[in-house]
Design a protein around this ligand. Structure first.
Ligand code: NAI
Ligand code: UGA
Length: 663
């Protein structure tokens, strides 16, 4: 590594515009990128594919653009937040009243985020639009397109409105009247109409890694953002605030401004960055109680005013101290760095797990995590070793960040980030290799049972699941059958992922997707646990584990007291519901009877008959029964460290966990 070259390539001033301008393609950089090895392979991060000066995010602004005033001086508050200088001409005025919000993109993020915003702001009409008719139809039915705990109730409350009711509970000193709530959440395909009416538009479309052309396998594909922005540019009212909710390359807000200016040169729009930090499986909880809401804006009067308007929307339920406002590009960058650092923790523990296994001294990665997590500087979260991280975001966002570093000619920095992905790939390959090795180096004639396909528990999302990579590696060993069961995923989604994983026809024919663990484990030589569903811990572990959503909650009495005097916000109604559940000793979803009955599905509704994505109803694995139906010597390869090794060993299983002694 030529450190001197890296040093001298830095601009004299820390000037973002300079960096991005430099990354704009010249004919030379394009040519060298096309010649660079691996530039067109989707997994080209395996070796840094970006030779110095090659490739360019399509999103970068032209180098000739005038510098914008985004980086004006500002004050820093005690909590490190930046805010306009008090009393300066930059102080934002009272934010514009927001009456109508449009979400473009009704996916994993757009749908739940829109629903929670609508839920807490009953006076704002929230339109969620998508080009995908099927997805919109699902949002309008009782079979939402994504499985998230508590989501259906939030959607029903805002989408369908509620019934009025009187609440009388022994703990309340008087009856409380709850008025009927009017619907304020609409899902549709009417993209143009919704954009025309909006005061704020959230762009919430997909930003996958490019799979073609320049930067394939590394650069973010922002074509959906471009396309949505063009529709916004042509149809939005003057003064509408545009919010980039999608995770984007740093500098995208400027690309959005550019498109807006091109189509509407006479009209001014403010573009805000407001990245989303929810994790799938806990989306509603994360949206209801976010660690922080991050809003990036231009540090100009109109920019700060727009940020204040967005802040007011969140302030309906998020405490002000949790709403962080910064400049636009810090916000864009912070999102990529947040995901990269979370993934970095996982890769660190996975690296430790390999060491524990090879040491052969009994060092246990879970013990190491426990010890580390007690250090308040490290904290206990995201230290769980496993088969590696999956999902639609970590990998693409790390690639996105590394690509930016590479474009900035910071090769050492890019390499540093890419190391996280290398460990991730190493970990999952190591797992598959170990399975084959323990089964005497051959899977021929053997059946392998796979428990878990979703990239994590609590979700039906199969995108970029680690399971598909491991199944592919195992399928190459030509087993008799690979049987797969996941309590949360739809069969069609699993099949789709597998069919797109590059298996041959003969390998595909050996794969079977099952509807329960019995059928999966029957006559198998090994069970591979690849998702950390609680169901897989087994009913041997004392009391069956509670599925999330049924826990008895602590009642927030301060909210209840406030409720007796003020208008009932949804936060307060939730506190009332918690109280009612406690008194009824029942975890029912709607203890106050506010929800309107669901419109019945049409006759023969296929989602009703398939029972898609209902993990609450799925049966917990009975390992005693599994032991009886498996082939000797009954291998369990626990890729998530969910089973109780000692108990399973007592039942006659051979158990191998992650980071738990010699393989
Ligand atoms: N999935 C997750 O947990 C998180 C995702 N993100 C980010 O949020 C963004 C969206 O992610 P997901 O919701 O998972 O994607 P998704 O693929 O589930 O949803 C995107 C939706 O946008 C729609 N769409 C695309 N172009 C459109 C257009 N021009 N007009 C109308 N609709 C259009 C698609 O039909 C699709 O339904 C991505 O940038 C992602 O990185 C951020 C935090 C969490
Ligand atoms: O930008 C995004 O899309 C989101 O990405 C992640 O959320 P998500 O991918 O939904 O789920 P995580 O809980 O982060 O899990 C990601 C993967 O890491 C794995 N993981 C997680 C934690 C851990 O300790 N060990 C571990 O292997 C999970 O099993 C899963 O495969 C982040 O946690 C969110 O904050 C972020 O908004």
């Amino acid at each position: 590594m030529d450190m001197r070259r890296v040093e001298t390539s830095r601009p004299v001033l820390p000037n973002l515009h300079g960096h991005l301008a430099r990354s704009f393609p010249s004919s030379q950089s394009l040519a060298s990128s096309q010649n660079s090895p691996g530039a067109s392979t989707p997994n080209s991060w395996a070796a840094n594919p970006w030779a110095r000066g090659t490739g360019t995010p399509e999103t970068s602004p032209p180098s000739t653009r005038a510098h914008s005033p985004e980086l004006k001086p500002k004050a820093t508050t005690e909590d490190g937040n930046t805010s306009p200088v008090v009393g300066s001409p930059d102080t934002p005025q009272i934010p514009k009243a927001v009456k109508n919000i449009c979400f473009v993109g009704a996916g994993f993020v757009g749908g739940p985020t829109a629903a929670v915003i609508a839920y807490h702001n009953p006076e704002i009409l929230v339109n969620v639009v998508d080009l995908n008719e099927q997805r919109v139809a699902a949002w309008n039915s009782c079979h939402l397109p994504i499985h998230e705990n508590g989501l259906l109730k939030v959607v029903r409350t805002a989408r369908d409105g509620t019934l009025g009711t009187t609440v009388t509970l022994p703990d309340l000193d008087r009856a409380i009247e709850l008025d009927a709530r009017q619907p304020n959440l609409v899902f549709s395909t009417k993209v143009v109409e919704a954009i025309e009416e909006a005061d704020i538009i959230f762009i919430c479309v997909n930003t996958p890694t490019k799979t073609y052309g320049l930067g394939a396998g590394s650069m973010a594909d922002v074509s959906a953002i471009e396309s949505a922005t063009r529709t916004v540019a042509k149809n939005a009212r003057e003064g509408t605030i545009i919010v980039e909710k999608s995770t984007v390359p740093c500098g995208t807000a400027r690309m959005i401004q550019d498109i807006l200016r091109y189509h509407r040169p006479e009209t001014s729009f403010e573009v805000l960055s407001n990245p989303e930090f929810l994790a799938e499986g806990t989306a509603v909880e994360n949206l209801m109680h976010p660690d922080r809401i991050l809003i990036g804006s231009a540090q100009t009067l109109p920019g700060l005013r727009a940020a204040a308007a967005l802040k007011a929307v969140y302030a309906a339920w998020v405490p002000a101290a949790r709403i962080v406002t910064v400049n636009t590009f810090s916000s864009e960058l912070a999102k990529l760095v947040a995901n990269t650092m979370l993934a970095q923790r996982i890769s660190s523990m996975n690296a430790v797990s390999a060491m524990c296994e090879e040491l052969g001294l009994g060092a246990d990665v879970d013990d190491v995590s426990l010890a580390l997590g007690k250090d308040s500087r490290i904290g206990p979260k995201f230290l769980q070793a496993g088969v590696g991280f999956g999902g639609s975001c970590f990998e693409k966002d790390i690639l996105n960040l590394a690509y930016l570093a590479s474009e900035l000619r910071l090769d050492a920095v890019a390499e540093y980030w890419l190391g996280i992905l290398r460990i991730n790939e190493y970990q999952r390959q190591r797992y598959a290799r170990n399975v084959v090795r323990e089964l005497n180096g051959s899977l021929r004639g053997k059946k392998i049972a796979v428990l878990g396909f979703a990239f994590k528990d609590g979700t039906n999302d199969t995108r970029n699941s680690i399971a598909v990579h491991i199944i592919k590696d195992l399928a190459e060993e030509m087993p008799r059958e690979i049987a797969i069961f996941d309590p949360g995923c739809a069969r069609a989604d699993i099949l789709d992922e597998i069919q797109n994983s590059g298996l041959t026809q003969s390998q595909l024919e050996r794969i079977k997707i099952c509807t329960g663990w019995r059928e999966t484990a029957q006559d198998s030589s090994a069970v591979c646990v690849l998702t950390q569903w609680k169901h897989f811990r087994g009913c041997q572990m004392g009391r069956p584990p509670k599925l999330s959503g049924t826990e008895t909650k602590l009642v927030d009495l301060s909210l209840l007291q406030a409720h007796q005097h003020d208008s009932p916000t949804e936060m307060r109604i939730r506190a009332l519901e918690d109280l009612a559940r406690r008194e009824q000793q029942s975890p029912i979803e709607d203890p106050l009877g506010r929800l309107k009955p669901l419109t019945p599905c049409p006759e023969g509704c296929k989602d009703c008959t398939l029972g898609i994505g209902s993990p609450e109803e799925a049966e917990t694995v009975d390992w005693v029964e599994v032991a009886q139906m498996m082939q000797e010597p009954r291998w369990v390869f626990d890729g998530r460290n969910v089973v109780n090794t000692l108990e399973l060993q007592a039942l006659g299983f051979r158990v191998r966990g992650i980071g738990k002694g010699p393989w």
